[in-house]
Write a protein that binds this ligand. Structure first.
Ligand SMILES: [Zn+2]
Length: 495
């Protein structure tokens, strides 16, 4: 028995050490090469180990690439890019590795020269070209080479960002992607709609891309729009319920990576979402949070999608709506002491938390962002209206001058266990940030945490009425550290 008791603490230690590795951040992979050609090669490696047929397009010809992908999908062919004058060396090597026997060049000689075709033939590969004089004609010819279908995607041929997210859906369903300009349907496009017997069209983009008059002339059209390119990509994924278990992420302003990513997403039956390359855009954040997506593949290197975005995606709290409620405001100063008003301290910490959460990939919403008063009912209502995932109320304490320390409250009314878990992540981090006495995690029926239905906590950061605690609440460095602690706690909570 004695031996058993000696072993037990070691077992517990083992368990404690094991838990952090079992609870993981989100998984983020990156598919990239040093050039757009190399990135396309890397993408092909994720989808194909060999390919008797490959599709080759010009590295600058996004329209040709977009129209090529549904066709390439039908041929189970990877899409590779080339420099227009010379077959890019990465692409040449990849054709050999794939043991490719047939290459289909899509696009005219301004995009892929005859010299490139000759270089491919010299590898012992047969070459066919599908090309028209314009992007409209090329897309029409590609559509005619595809299996029969009654549906097509129609997009503005000069607005690549409209098409990216719909490419996997179009490819998997065998729908060609046809091009138009904003106002008039090109004869090649209208001819193909007729000859293929297209009865329904999916229009991607707003009226700036395809105006209402032209839209109404298309066969049974359905339009998908967005407030911006990021929003549109999300709306496409939602509209077609695209599989998001592992989602591709691309910079909405870098077409080579985005379009090549769409080709791979098609092959793998995944969605591709666009973002700003420097900071994960709001619309994809919301989508990721709603869908609880945990696995991501980034298209392109850090010039395309920065490390910051990769870190935001890795954060298990990415896209979660975090409601921050700085207590009191305006005519209600809260606790007063040692030259401090509680309302100001609460707001200062809340603003720091807001910026850290946003920078980390979450979607913070503040009950107040200036010296305004809202009732407790109003704060609860705002949290509910924001569809917040978590509610964090920030306060400072007051009592006798000798009372000091930090405490975090939760209520048992709603989400008791989760609220407690959140409080337990926050409390030690705030204590360590301020170097305050740890008064522990407690329960109390404070209005905002009693009535908020999501997991909710109320932090009493320190005592304004205690001179030592107050000096800590005056320190910008310590308040920043406390905000960082709460931000870290939110991430850990979601692991
Ligand atoms: Zn208060």
């Amino acid at each position: 028995m004695h031996r058993f008791f000696k072993v037990l603490p070691i077992c517990l230690l083992g368990l404690v050490l094991f838990i952090p590795s079992a609870l993981a951040d989100n998984t983020v992979n990156r598919i990239s090469g040093n050039t757009r050609y190399a990135t396309a090669v890397e993408a092909s490696k994720k989808g194909w180990s060999s390919a008797s047929t490959a599709v080759i397009v010009g590295g600058d010809a996004y329209a040709d690439t977009i129209s090529a992908i549904p066709y390439a999908y039908q041929k189970n062919a990877p899409v590779l890019l080339t420099n227009k004058k010379n077959l890019s060396s990465e692409t040449k090597n990849r054709l050999k590795e794939l043991k490719t026997k047939n290459v289909i060049i899509i696009g005219g000689t301004p995009a892929v020269s005859n010299g490139v075709a000759t270089q491919i033939k010299k590898l012992g590969i047969s070459v066919k070209r599908i090309a028209g004089n314009t992007r409209y004609e090329t897309a029409a010819k590609v559509a005619n080479a595809m299996s029969s279908t009654s549906k097509a995607v129609v997009a503005n041929g000069f607005v690549y960002q409209d098409s990216v997210a719909v490419i996997p859906y179009a490819a998997q369903n065998g729908y060609p992607i046809l091009f138009t300009n904003e106002k008039t349907l090109n004869s090649a496009t209208s001819g193909t709609i007729k000859s293929k017997g297209i009865k329904q069209t999916i229009v991607v983009g707003g009226t700036n891309s395809i105006n209402s008059k032209l839209f109404s002339k298309l066969p049974s059209p359905t339009r998908i729009t967005g407030k911006n390119r990021y929003d549109l990509s999300v709306n496409i994924a939602k509209k077609f319920s695209l599989r998001t278990s592992n989602t591709y992420i691309a910079n909405g302003f870098r077409y080579p990576d985005a379009v090549i990513g769409a080709a791979l997403a098609a092959k793998q039956n995944k969605a591709i979402i666009l973002t700003n390359g420097e900071n994960l855009s709001k619309e994809p954040r919301t989508f990721i949070g709603d869908k609880n997506i945990k696995y991501f593949s980034i298209m392109g290197g850090t010039p395309s999608v920065a490390s910051k975005v990769a870190n935001q995606l890795k954060n298990p709290a990415v896209g979660k709506t975090i409601f921050i409620d700085p207590g009191h405001g305006d005519q209600d100063p809260g606790a007063i002491g040692n030259g401090l008003k509680e309302k100001d301290v609460n707001l200062d910490i809340a603003k720091r938390l807001n910026s850290k959460l946003y920078s980390a990939g979450a979607l913070p919403v503040m009950s107040r962002s200036n010296d305004t008063f809202y009732s407790l009912e109003e704060r609860v209502k705002r949290g509910a209206n924001a569809k917040a995932d978590l509610f964090i109320s920030i306060h400072a304490n007051s009592y006798t001058p000798s009372s000091n320390g930090t405490e975090t409250y939760y209520d048992k009314n709603y989400q008791s266990a989760n609220s407690k878990r959140l409080a337990e992540e926050i409390q030690p981090r705030v204590v360590s940030a301020f170097g305050t006495r740890n008064r522990g995690v407690k329960t109390a029926g404070f209005y905002v945490i009693k009535n908020s239905k999501m997991p909710s906590v109320l932090i009493e950061t320190a005592f304004i009425t205690n001179s030592s605690d107050a000096s800590k609440l005056k320190s910008a460095t310590l308040k920043d550290r406390a905000a960082k602690g709460i931000n870290d706690a939110v991430s850990v909570y979601y692991r």
